[in-house]
Write a new protein. Sequence first.
Length: 257
Amino acid sequence: MFENPVKKKLASGAAAFGAVVIAPHPIAMQYAVNSGADFVWIETEHMPFGTESIDGLPLIARRKGVTPLIRVSNNDAGLIKKALDVGASAIMVPQIENAEEARRVVSYAKYPPQGSRGVSPMWTFYMDVPWNEYLPAANDETLIVVQIESAAAMDEVEAIAAVDGVDVLLAGPMDLSASLGLVTQTSHPDVDRYLIEFPARVAKAGKVPGIAVAGYDAAAKALARGYRFINFGNILNDGAKGIAADLARLRELPVGA
């Protein structure tokens, strides 16, 4: 009952694709879930809201068999616990620099004996899930994603990937470019060198390489390079682009019969 569909897909060697929700509204979440994405990324690192605004959004995904992922703003026990307690079955933590920081993420996200997460998941109340059914499966269900976003962190990839409990290492091209003094130049050869090598280095440790990109072409390129956890959509932004493209075509048509 609590098998994480993305963990299952990744374990089989397949790829998982996701879409971002940047507005904490049920309609935005429902559109994201209806898109067919394997996971929906609820963004709290750079958006001005937290778990009190997220409320029941992860449950919309759970009911549809989609993995709800919350990116917290930093490696903080309270933020990670709250994100999981409102229903996320995947947690993403930015700017992990070394193995010790990755071990802290695992500890914060897992119940004893694997970790130190306090016990009181509130999302279960809204789905009539007894704790004696969920809690024994919670550690196995939870997918842990750590972001590798600097040149220093890239040098520590093998050590971070070796941390037990980490499932996905996700490369952050934009922050990586900034750390190299090339901010926004994500296609620069000095940035791309790290991104090309990243999947094989992560996979060597038996973990899954991930990345966040924009659009089909970039996602297809990432997949060809060996990335298997790929976020490439933003429900609001991509929806607006689709309407804009259709409007441009419509305005070229003659009016009337």
